[in-house]
Write a protein that binds this ligand. Structure first.
Ligand SMILES: [Zn+2]
Length: 435
């Protein structure tokens, strides 16, 4: 087999020389990372996160990876296509948060926050001089506000389950006001390793090997402790005044929701995701209307972080193998090797960032979420399962399998014999149709 040759940039649009910096090493000439002290109490003493590879900054970088999470690839495409200048600097005028979240002790605690930059929302303010001097420092968080409309919320208003208060639920059409926080992942590698009970070297080596060797500095630059991984982030939806989220004197209703596009957006009835999301939003609004606070946090972890391709393969295996609840998790394990890759260990970071000390109403049945939150030092006072009438009939397979596996329920415990009798809809109705 011929040796692959390295393609040289031949496009007239390319701005690259033939010399490629494959990686860097500590002690190499000019390597001088801008100091970054994760866990420092304020942004100035912590230092900005810099991943830029532009010519004048590549040797001063103090983090591995690229901005934008999974969108970093589109960013690279835009540069390749000549649509985006490689040395582009954003003009961040007027982009500042619509609400100034109060500083929390956890922002300066490197054991409490390891998967996001606690100062990532306030870059323009905190690093004004550095930005003016031409440093490429970018926000990894953004805070905005919006109005939203959900069919289930409109229905709840119509049925009198939710009131129109003019401030949270704005009108009888069910329009709701919300504060939103978008967060891109920024990992402090020693802290992430600790959460998963592995040593940092093993984590770095595994991230390097299993991304096709995409980030060689994970191996060559042990002095760089921060990595911006190419994965999805999260969005916080806050109902009611955002200052109430960290106020221990008022009640907090909270749902942690992991993405399920097929159900959340397209309302597939094979699982309970959208109904539980809608229930979470409704209860969050209700709590805010009662003088408390309501928060829904949406994590981009499609299909238990296995992705939609794996998810659909599992659906097929379930439907062809007799879709019973007792085999629900085995089908996933057969195809993915594990039943779940969401690993909730990093999830509580955002709660600590928000200043949450206790959750009065946890709108989730997941023990993994519950245990991760409680183990991180936040109390959960009450757990509220999805009401039975909101569960689509074909999704009983999923929900009963989860209850059997130890998900929280206030109803009856379910045995393996019960599970064998819980069967999902087959494809008969589809397959009878002449195509
Ligand atoms: Zn789902």
């Amino acid at each position: 087999m011929p040796e692959p040759t390295l393609p040289s940039p031949t496009s007239p649009k390319s701005h690259y020389s033939k010399h490629i910096i494959l990686t860097t090493y500590p002690g190499q000439s000019g390597i001088d990372p801008v100091p970054l002290e994760w866990g420092a109490a304020d942004a100035k003493s912590r230092g900005p996160v810099i991943v830029s590879r532009s010519n004048n900054l590549v040797k001063r970088r103090n983090a591995i990876g690229a901005h934008g999470g999974s969108y970093s690839i589109y960013n690279a495409l835009a540069v390749a296509a000549g649509e985006l200048d490689a040395d582009f600097r954003p003009d961040l005028r007027n982009s500042q948060p619509t609400f100034d979240f109060p500083w929390q002790q956890a922002w300066g605690d490197k054991s409490k926050i390891v998967s996001m930059d606690p100062f990532g929302h306030d870059i323009v303010n905190q690093y004004k001089e550095e930005l003016e001097a031409g440093w490429d420092i970018r926000p990894t968080m953004a805070v905005t506000r919006a109005n939203m409309k959900l069919a289930e919320i409109a229905e709840a208003v119509r049925d009198g389950q939710l009131e129109v208060d003019g401030s949270i639920v704005v009108d009888s059409s069910g329009e709701v006001r919300v504060t939103k926080v978008a967060v891109e992942p920024v990992w402090y590698l020693p802290g992430v390793a600790e959460r998963f009970g592995v040593d940092e070297g093993t984590l770095r080596r595994t991230l390097f090997e299993h991304t096709g060797g995409s980030y060689p500095e994970l191996i060559t630059r042990p002095d760089l402790k921060v990595f911006l991984p190419p994965i999805g982030g999260l969005t916080v939806y806050i109902f009611g005044p955002p200052e109430r989220v960290s106020d221990e004197k008022v009640k907090l209703a909270l749902r942690i929701h992991d993405e399920c596009n097929g159900s959340d957006v397209f309302q597939s009835d094979i699982c309970t995701c959208r109904p539980y999301l809608a229930f979470g939003i409704r209860e969050a609004i209700r709590e805010a209307q009662n003088g408390g606070s309501g928060v829904v946090i949406y994590f981009r972890k499609e299909g238990r972080a296995l992705g939609e391709v794996i998810k659909y393969l599992v659906y097929n295996a379930r439907k062809r193998g007799g879709d019973t609840a007792d085999k629900y998790f085995t089908r996933t394990e057969n195809i993915a090797g594990v039943r779940d890759m969401r690993f909730q260990a990093l999830m509580p970071d955002i709660l600590h960032w928000l200043g949450v000390k206790k959750i009065d109403k946890m709108l989730s049945m997941s023990n993994m979420k519950h245990d991760a939150i409680v183990d991180s030092g936040i109390k959960i006072l009450e757990r509220i399962p999805i009401p039975d009438e909101m569960i689509p009939s074909d999704s009983r397979v999923e929900i009963d399998a989860k209850i059997n596996a130890g998900y929280f329920t206030t109803g009856k415990q379910i045995t393996m014999d019960d599970l064998a009798a819980v069967r999902g809809r087959g494809w008969e109705k589809w397959e009878d149709v002449e195509h």
